[in-house]
Write a protein that binds this ligand. Structure first.
Ligand SMILES: Cc1cc2nc3c(=O)[nH]c(=O)nc-3n(C[C@H](O)[C@H](O)[C@H](O)COP(=O)(O)OP(=O)(O)OC[C@H]3O[C@@H](n4cnc5c(N)ncnc54)[C@H](O)[C@@H]3O)c2cc1C
Length: 387
């Protein structure tokens, strides 16, 4: 099938594809059924250097850009896997690369590159404030050479498969800042240490095999050297990471989209009902063609977001639009793939129902579709703010 993957990253694409081929759909299905973590797969990606793609060469990584990272994530999903198990490392380490001190970079990045440490988690969302991030209630109060953290987070992914987490907390009360986005700071949390001294982790069973938890902080002390960047500027730093996250998730959805389209095209070409292939009916062809067109369009926007990000240009609009288009396209591809598999779409052994659940998440997380529409309406089109 012709598509947009004939790009500058063909070597990377081929190499990741070859690695993913060693972990067939049966592997990912079993991990999903057992609700376990794809340890072997993530280890293999780390050993091959793919998890260190964004780490500069002087810290042991390969110094690639978001464009290459996006190809890695896309290929994992396109092969039938779920990048959700490991994508956190990509965008979190980028926050450290861009905003961490030299001391932090030297202390952490080489260990991430070898796989000695994992930085898979980012703690932003809170139960009482949701998407209204600047209202978050978790506080970090400076006491001597430490920050003391109190509060609660929800839906924080991969804490049980990560050594480090980036945490967003308020260091200056809302009443004392000019802009509501001021006074927030980001910290590097050593998860194992934190669990022994003030952080409680409560896993949330959910629809996908996506390990995610509630976190409770009760006087957790963090050494001041774990503050990333300047105190009070954390929201700005998190936004850079969020643009990378949205773009990478767009790439994953594009990978899902191609997986669903390949699957359904093969299936409807083979499946005979009423004496002919069901794929001969335009009622079957058109939804598949429509989803495919949208995947290709999303791919173009994703590439644009990657190029801008790698050039250090603003890319908020493109990252959000790429994520919106890709999540919508993969969902439509998922829906027609399930529909045209008929009853077999529901059988676990076809993997369609698993991928259907996995791709559905991206209408809600890491940012819901409505909030992207709101961003474009207000920040791109200049419409009056609704909140
Ligand atoms: C499996 C999973 C993993 C996650 N991992 C992480 C993680 O690692 N780290 C992290 O920090 N968070 C994580 N999240 C949280 C995720 O980012 C949020 O769930 C998401 O941003 C939506 O926030 P919320 O759930 O609080 O919904 P809410 O903010 O309560 O919104 C609920 C719904 O209302 C709509 N809505 C809200 N306000 C408006 C408005 N003004 N106009 C129109 N519609 C509106 C939203 O679009 C949404 O559909 C994860 C979530 C899930 C489900």
């Amino acid at each position: 099938m012709h598509n947009l993957d004939h790009d500058d990253c063909q070597d990377i694409r081929d190499a990741v594809r070859a690695l993913c081929a060693e972990f067939p759909n049966e592997y990912h299905r079993k991990i999903d059924e057992q609700r376990t973590y794809p340890e072997d797969f993530v280890d293999a990606l780390t050993r091959a250097g793919w998890m260190a793609a964004l780490i500069p060469e002087e810290y042991g990584g390969s110094g690639l850009g978001l464009s290459e990272a996006a190809v890695i994530m896309e290929e994992i999903n396109r092969a039938g896997g779920n990048s959700g198990a490991c994508h956190g490392q990509m965008y979190n380490m980028n926050t450290l690369v861009r905003h961490g001190s030299e001391e932090q970079r030297q202390r952490i990045l080489p260990k991430l590159a070898t796989g000695e440490l994992r930085l898979q988690s980012m703690g932003v969302t809170e139960p009482t404030t949701g998407t209204d991030t600047t209202q978050l209630k978790t506080t970090a109060i400076k006491k001597g050479d430490k920050y003391v953290i109190n509060g609660q987070k929800v839906w924080i992914s991969r804490v049980q498969h990560s050594d480090l987490m980036i945490l967003l907390a308020r260091t200056t009360p809302l009443s004392e800042v000019k802009k509501k986005s001021d006074g927030l700071s980001i910290f590097l949390v050593n998860i194992k240490e934190a669990k022994k001294s003030g952080m409680t982790v409560r896993p949330i069973p959910n629809m996908v095999n996506h390990e995610t938890s509630e976190l409770f902080f009760d006087n957790l002390e963090i050494p001041e050297e774990n503050l990333i960047g300047e105190e009070g500027k954390g929201f700005k730093y998190i936004l850079t990471g969020l643009n990378a996250e949205r773009t990478l998730i767009a790439a994953e959805c594009i990978g899902d989209g191609y997986w669903f389209t390949d699957r359904v095209v093969n299936y409807v070409s083979e499946r005979n009902v009423f004496g002919r292939a069901i794929g001969q009916n335009q009622g079957v062809q058109f939804p598949i063609a429509e989803a495919y067109i949208e995947i290709e369009a999303a791919n173009l926007m994703c590439k644009k977001a990657c190029d801008l990000y790698d050039a250090g240009e603003p890319c908020g609009a493109e990252a959000n639009m790429a994520k919106y288009l890709a999540a919508k396209a993969s969902w439509e591809a998922a829906n027609s793939c399930l529909q045209f598999h008929g009853g077999f779409g529901f059988a676990c052994e076809y993997d369609v129902e698993r991928k259907f659940r996995e791709t559905r998440l991206y209408q809600v997380a890491p940012i819901s579709t409505n909030l992207i529409l709101s961003y474009v309406a207000e920040h791109v089109l200049g419409l009056p703010r609704s909140f």
